[in-house]
Structures are given as C-alpha cells and as structure tokens.
Design a protein around this ligand. Structure first.
Ligand SMILES: [Fe+2]
Ligand SMILES: [Fe+2]
Length: 348
C-alpha cells in the first residue's frame, strides 16, 4: 500500500522553474517519516513514484521544471520544420513531414499532462514559456535554411532526442516514464525518415549532396549541445541521478550519441565537421572536439538566431487559439449541465 501524502499542504503547489533546493530537515512527525521512508524504498527497489505518493518538494519541483521544458521543446520544435511543410518537394515528403510535426504536438500534450499530475497548471506553464521564465531546448533556436535541414533534424536532432529519452523510459516518476515509451517509438520513426531523406538526396545530384553537407555542418555542434553543459558545469545532475529521474550524465549521453552517429555519417557519405573526431582504441569510444559552450549559454539565455521569433510565434498562436479554448470550455460546461439535469430527471 503506497504511503499517502501526510500533509497535503506540502508540495501540492509547485513553483515551476524554481531552483532545486534541498528539502528542509525531515520533520519529527512519524507519518512524514514513514512517507519519506516509503519514497526512498520505492526508488531503491527501482519502482515508480506515482502522483498519489508523497514526494519531496525538490523532487516535485525538479520534475515540473524538467517535464515543462521538455513539453515546451516539443511544441516550439514544431516551428523550424513546420516552416517547410508548404515547400516540401513532393506530396510524399509533405505527408511525412506533416505527420512528424503533428507527432511533436502530441508529445507536447502527453508531457503537459504528465506535468499536470504533479499539480502544475498548463496555462501557467504556457505563460512561463512565452514570457521567458521557462526554457526549451537550445536546438530550436537555429534557422532551417534548406529542405536538407528537415533530413538533418530528423537524423541528428531526433537522434539526440532518442539518446536522451530512452533512459527516461526508466525514470522514477511513473507518468513521465510511461509518456516516454510512446514518445521514443515515434522518435525512432522521425530519425529514420530524416536518414532516408538524406540518403535519397545523397544519391541525387552534386547540388543535393552539397545541401546535405552544408546542413550537417550547421547542425552538428548544436546537436551535441542538446545534451546540456559538460558534467562539471551541471550542478543539478547528481541530485537528479540520486532521485533516478536522470539515468546518465550529460557527457555520457553525448558520447553515446557521437559513437552512434559516426558510422551512420560514414554510410551516408557526409563529413562531420570536427577535425578532432577519431576512434580511440583504448577508451573504446570516439574522441571529439569541445562544443562552443559560450554559444550554448548565449542561445539558452535568449541570444540565439531565432529565439525572439520562436517565442513570438508561440505567443501569437496561443493568443489566436484563445477562442478555441473558450469554446471548448463552454461546450464542456454545457455537457456537464446536461448530464446533471439528466441525472436529476432519472432520480425523480
Ligand atoms: Fe518529439
Ligand atoms: Fe521527433
């Protein structure tokens, strides 16, 4: 029997985006002590924490921040590729791209729902995104200059997302882990459609091959930055790993991505733009150069090439959609009133 929240006032009102602070010293209250013990034992047994379970405030805050950032990334991530839907070169490519962008909207919705199980409010999260209080992945602040970018995003960006997200299927928070299972299945199709598009272009004309190489040159380093800052500069990683929210460090995942991608690049016939990239027999991994961490900081803090445009577009879409939300709420209220009346009539 899972421990219930002994004190409903603690942690029920999360502060999304708040810094992760250690929880205050455990209270002497025996119910609270039992709940904490249950929490720790659940993690130790590799079982899931569910919304009904007691959890430390810091655990809840960290999850809300991470899940919200993840949801925002899915939704903002629709924009760079969405810009190519009307310019896709064939009906088949258009249908594939349309389906992929719709999948990303679905991922955002699962994730906002997961955040809601922690007490977060979706409207509030959206407001935090559009007024800059919450972040999203730095990668979506780069422009998509040619149709080859659609392929490279599928291959590298969705590929990096898979490396990040597969371990999250074993994350300790149940609703997040379960959402990730479906998300990862769809991401693997995204990666394959990107790779297949690039393979087709590489078999085409010299101009097409050059487009692919140019896109790879522009997206390679930002893709490596998707794993976040180096471990030495990632203060929240240790706590997230202790809580089993995160399963691997940023640098471990980055290495995994490089090792996975190098043979794919060779097969494709493109050059990854890193003169330091080479196989290290001793380590059993590829060595690679250092991403420009100043660029990552700049892009995360709003100074990337498309930050303002992406957020403005999201704000406009949110405002344009207000009437849909109002209509849906009015419809739901009407339905509820109807079933309330029907219930009364039956009872009479
Ligand atoms: Fe996605
Ligand atoms: Fe995707």
């Amino acid at each position: 029997m899972p421990a219930r929240t002994p004190d409903r006032t603690d942690g029920r009102t999360p502060a999304p985006g708040a810094a992760t602070a250690p929880d205050p010293a455990p209270a002497q209250d025996p119910a609270r002590a039992a709940a904490e013990e249950h929490f720790e034992a659940t993690l130790a047994r590799e079982q899931r924490i569910e919304p009904r379970d007691w959890m430390p405030d810091g655990y809840r805050r960290t999850l809300v921040r991470q899940i919200a950032q993840h949801a925002h990334s899915e939704i903002i991530g629709m924009q760079p590729e969405g810009a190519w839907i009307t310019r896709a070169p064939s009906l088949r490519r258009k249908a594939v791209l349309l389906a992929k962008v719709q999948d990303e909207a679905g991922h955002g919705l699962y994730l906002y729902s997961a955040a809601e199980t922690l007490g977060a409010d979706r409207q509030d999260l959206t407001e935090r995104l559009v007024d800059g209080r919450q972040k999203y992945s730095s990668i979506f602040n780069y422009p998509t200059l040619s149709f080859a970018d659609v392929g490279v995003i599928g291959w590298l960006v969705d590929g990096a997302a898979i490396c990040n997200q597969v371990p999250l299927c074993r994350s300790s928070y149940g609703p997040y882990a379960r959402a990730m299972v479906r998300v990862c299945k769809e991401e693997s199709f995204h990666q394959r459609q990107g790779y297949e598009l690039l393979m087709t272009m590489m078999r085409g004309t010299q101009a097409q091959r050059e487009m692919v190489q140019d896109a790879v040159d522009r997206w390679w380093w930002p893709s490596l930055m998707m794993f976040g800052p180096p471990d030495a500069d990632s203060p929240n990683t240790a706590q997230s790993m202790a809580w089993r929210i995160k399963r691997h460090t940023n640098d471990e995942l980055r290495q995994r991505f490089v090792d996975m991608t190098v043979p794919q690049a060779e097969k494709l016939g493109v050059t990854l733009p890193d003169p330091e990239l080479r196989w290290n027999e001793e380590r059993g991994h590829h060595d690679f150069g250092t991403p420009d961490w100043d660029e990552l900081k700049r892009v995360i803090s709003g100074g990337g090439p498309c930050n303002a445009e992406r957020v403005e577009r999201r704000r406009a879409a949110h405002e344009d959609g207000a009437w849909v939300r109002e209509a849906a709420a009015a419809h739901a209220a009407k339905q509820a009133e109807r079933s309330r009346r029907a219930g009364k009539e039956q009872a009479a």
